[in-house]
Write a protein that binds this ligand. Sequence first.
Ligand code: COA
Length: 329
Amino acid sequence: MNYCRISGLGYYLPEKVLTNQDLEKMVDTSDEWIRQRTGIELRHIAGEDELPSDMALKASLQALEQSQIKPEDLDFILVATLYPDQLMPNTACELQRKLGISNVPSLDISAACSGFVYGLSIASQYIQSGTYKNILVVGTETLHHITNYEDRTTCILFGDGAGAFVVSQTDDPQKGCVYHQELQAYGDLGELLFISSPGAKQAAKKDFNTGKQDTYIHMDGQKVFRKAVQIMCDAYEKALKDTGRTPDQIDWLVPHQANERILKKFCKSTSFPEEKVIFDIKETGNTSSASIPLSMARAVEQGKIKRGQDILMVAMGGGMTSGSILLRY
Ligand code: COA
């Protein structure tokens, strides 16, 4: 049998930070309101010339070093991102070039904040089927480009960053394996969270060339909040049911860091202990597809998550999309 294990993790956060105090000077908000409603104190912002592929490279090199796998040994590169370097070539090809390798299939995944979990799920299928041995899966975002810093309901949330996993084949599930995974999407809820440009929908409009394109994230915060809690609760119950586990057989929940209150509401609804949830939004904000690999890599670095522990990852995002994976680290 082939099992899929995480052989290395890496992350990158840009140096520049945007604090709640900075936002107080930009929109009608307060540090207290942001902390109470989201749990966020600051977010990182990529440098002017820093592209998603540049940040992906930094996170990937760390993950490759930890896994002791050379870039030449990669069989597949998957990059989840909401806002790629450009429309073509894709960011995964750019990352491949920056890694100094060639001749490796490379694909971008567009599933908003669930993109990384979609990528990890795809990667695990290729590993378990025996097709590939080592796959690089990355989430990388420069969300500041598509954040409207005049809209106080969204600009407080988002930050930039990247996280990467190298996943590898093993015949020993004790060294790591995927127990359960489920992807989902609710296309009928697309209007709750969207960015309409660049895209053919906007291009088809008469004013496309007048410079009035709307490239910002739009969100119905309250509806997204309620759906996010429901998605988390459903994914958790399903993972327990499908694997025949009890809650104490999950060591850590590594959720998408959308809002601290969403995570607390999930804990209250399911009685899952908050002490077993990785809360990592305070100093990063919501980094969309980067959030799960970023918070997992940081939790491992901080010594919270250890080898041999069972981890449930749950993500939800625009689409709306969702994904969950239960694995042994
Ligand atoms: N500072 C101060 N006040 C603000 C504010 C801000 N940054 N943003 C909104 N408000 C105001 C609203 O205008 C509203 O005022 P009103 O009562 O006078 O109309 C009040 O605060 C409450 O707004 P509401 O939208 O009910 O707040 P909320 O508790 O739902 O929190 C979010 C707003 C955006 C933080 C919250 O809805 C959220 O996090 N949703 C999920 C978003 C998310 O996770 N998106 C990504 C998913 S992947």
